[in-house]
Write a protein that binds this ligand. Sequence first.
Ligand code: CMC
Length: 395
Amino acid sequence: TGKFTYDPGFLSTASCNSTITYIDGDKGELLYRGYPIEQLATNCDFLETCHLLLYGELPNAAQKADFDHRVTHHTMVNEQMQFFLRGFRRDAHPMAVMTGLVGAMSAFYHDSTDINNPEHREIAAIRLIAKMPTLVAMAYKYSIGQPFIYPRNDLGYTANFMHMMFATPCEKYEPNEVLVRAMERIFILHADHEQNASTSTVRLCGSSGTNPFAAIAAGVACLWGPAHGGANEAALTMLEEIQRNGGVEKIGEFIKQVKDKNSGVKLMGFGHRVYKNYDPRAKLMRETCHEVLTALGLHDDPLFKLAMALEKIALEDDYFVSRKLYPNVDFYSGIVQRAIGIPVSLFTAIFALARTVGWIAQLNEMIGDPEYKIGRPRQLFVGATARDVLAINKR
Ligand code: CMC
């Protein structure tokens, strides 16, 4: 004891040097490779953002065409993956399915499993980015008993995802520009967020030399938790519960419960470990949220009215203001996804789809770092000191 720094929750431990994402929590600033998130979300598409995170620079036109082509031509998954997926119960949680499917990729793509080989890592990166939308859509179709829909190479990344989600063999999906752009924005805003729990998990897992698919599967598993990526699902579940128990009229009672520390009730989709003034992603997502509700004529939908009432209270009530608890990105992204017609249980899988590029970029950065070693935190031991084992009749 005394030899190691005790830092539960890693509040003051920097685990690596990184050049990927910069966050200033006090200023509410988020930069990917130096570019403000506001500019990326407004001027770039998701694959440009992926190129930036992976290779350090936004692509020029030729690089963009090449990158888009490579990703587009890896969107199909090995046909055998279907049989693996079919082993799950239809009511399995999509994140349980995704943890399994992403892990199973290591068993399908033998030319991209050596984490120390840059060529393997490059193909694994393209495969993961390309196939995540296909896997998420397959998990969804399976859960509702519809046939899987194959990817379409004539559509952009996000429109193709929506096609695989919403088309059926009997009906074509007609892309709605506002909704595709909203989904694209969700992807961009969730693409990376420096050393959060799932990214740190991916780095730690990858540091043992395991294969890239296994490391990303570990990230998916970590993201599932309600204090992390599961917050968008938890926020919508919370809204639905308040709605079932009386709606807007009952907000006051609910807030009382939240303030009572013994109740264990938290306002899901509010608060952030790093952003203590505001979450710049939430500001952008809020804009998108209103655009989508307007485009779909949903401003009068009771659930969305309830969400807006809750937002207003949290922005004014002293409990939330004094603790700097603002709506975070997941509060609005949950509302947007529900409006688009995505089932609540799929929200976190979509977060995983978007974060995959960030996880891979972080993994590549770690492997390329000459100082990288297997991650091995120490502990302060506070258990029993050495003692002797007694015979069983003396214990
Ligand atoms: N509802 C009610 N009270 C809260 C909440 C909340 N959502 N979040 C924090 N508090 C209170 C907390 O009880 C504490 O009060 P006090 O000072 O009286 O003890 C104070 O605010 C400070 O909170 P903290 O627990 O020290 O904050 P943290 O930095 O450890 O936690 C958090 C951050 C995100 C885990 C937490 O705010 C939370 O659980 N929020 C709800 C879940 C959520 O929306 N998570 C998504 C985060 S954004 C997506 C992502 O990056 O994954």
